[in-house]
Design a protein around this ligand. Structure first.
Ligand code: EPU
Length: 359
């Protein structure tokens, strides 16, 4: 069946041979056919029509957590550009394609607290529950009231409670599977305009806040935006340090019975230093950025000539200096991952979703 006929009544806008590099923050990814959906109704109808016809679907919204291969995608990329944001009496409902930072900004401007620590994160609102986006001591799972999902197998649409979503550190039941499409998210907020209790040392220190104190959300948002910008974690088209997928690896949790072994490997390589660690369920969380640097990959690695390099502001972000291919980024990711594994016996896991490419 001809694609334009298949999608004729869905409300989607079809575009052929689009370079996916134009739609991802890493700015890599080969060509594909795109179906742009500006309303939730169009999104539902488009996914249903493609599924019924057996056409492979890739959902793409902000493109900030995707590493797409240079061959592109053989199927249809459904681009979610739904943008409605409704601020209610004690919360906010955002359509999946709404720009996440715009949602945060709007809630803070309306006098609500809760999301301020999650300011400046690239990507869309609908992507936030998928990997339980978090920063500066906050996670979306803490404030989510419900997520509206389209079940692609059964066809039903329903609001799902957080308890059903299996949230963990940078994960949920929605990650690494594509049988559910996020249509909207609903967050409960603090109506007094105060922030969540501040727990992240670096943020509290910037503000001069005591551990666990709440501050006006607007002040916290400003401080978070400044901190993130200093690390190249706020998109800026002219700053190649921000052409990234944020943290490329998650912070590894080492099982309790292996911690001593890892500490010994670190001591053997870098001497008797204080290793930043955080308590985690069933073990200890190490800092991937710290491990990468101590394994010999300084900020900016491998230096002047690489089209793909570590950010010069944060060793955990892999960046495109202009002209990098997906293969260049994968080669860099492997070098870093294997170097850390060899020295410290810890295997770093990538955070972005890979499409048509494996690490
Ligand atoms: N560090 C380095 N070198 C660096 C960066 C960090 O050695 O270049 C070490 C330092 O010891 C530092 C520690 O790593 O104290 C932690 O660094 P940072 O506060 O920047 O946090 P992170 O663990 O590297 C995580 C999230 C970020 C989030 C920040 C702030 C993950 C994988 N990353 O980074 O999220 O913004 O905390 O809360 O959990 C993302 O997920 O894409 C992301 C950017």
């Amino acid at each position: 069946m001809v694609l334009s006929d298949l999608l004729a009544d869905t409300g989607a806008r079809l575009r052929d041979s689009v370079r996916l590099a134009e739609l991802t923050t890493l700015r890599v990814g080969g060509p594909a056919t795109i179906a742009e959906c500006a309303t939730t109704e169009a999104l539902i109808a488009t996914v249903r029509a493609l599924d019924a016809a057996g056409v492979p679907v890739l959902l793409l919204a902000g493109g900030s957590n995707l590493l797409i291969g240079d061959d592109g995608f053989d199927g249809v990329v459904v681009r979610v550009v739904t943008t409605r944001v409704e601020i209610g009496a004690d919360g906010v409902i955002a359509e999946a394609g709404a720009n996440w930072d715009e949602v945060v900004r709007a809630t803070v401007a309306a006098g609500f607290g809760g999301l301020e620590c999650l300011s400046g994160i690239p990507g869309s609102a609908g992507a936030t529950p998928v990997q339980n986006v978090g920063a500066y001591g906050a996670e979306v799972a803490h404030l989510l009231r419900r997520v509206r999902l389209l079940d692609r197998a059964g066809g039903e649409i329903r609001w799902v409670a957080p308890e059903e979503l299996g949230f963990g550190y940078r994960t949920s039941v929605l990650k690494h599977r594509d049988d559910a499409v996020v249509l909207a998210v609903d967050f409960g907020l603090r109506t007094d305009g105060s922030s969540v209790p501040l727990r992240y040392g670096e943020l509290a220190a910037t503000l001069g806040a005591a551990d666990g104190e709440s501050w006006p959300a607007a002040q916290v948002r400003d401080a978070v935006l400044r901190l993130r910008a200093g690390k190249g974690m706020v998109l800026d088209p002219v700053d190649h340090d921000t052409w990234s997928a944020g943290s490329f690896f998650t912070n590894p949790v080492v099982a309790a019975d292996r911690v001593a072994q890892v500490r010994a490997a670190i001591a053997a390589h870098v001497g008797d230093v204080t290793v930043p660690t955080y308590p985690a369920r069933d073990g200890v969380k190490f800092s991937a950025g710290w491990l990468i640097e101590r394994a010999g990959f300084a900020k900016g690695f491998p230096g002047a000539d690489g089209p793909a390099r570590l950010s010069t502001k944060h060793s955990l972000a892999l960046t495109n200096r202009g002209g990098a291919s997906a293969a260049d980024l994968v080669a860099l990711a492997r070098t870093v991952r294997d170097g850390v594994a060899e020295r410290f016996g810890i295997r770093l896991e990538p955070e972005p979703v890979t499409v048509g490419i494996t690490l």
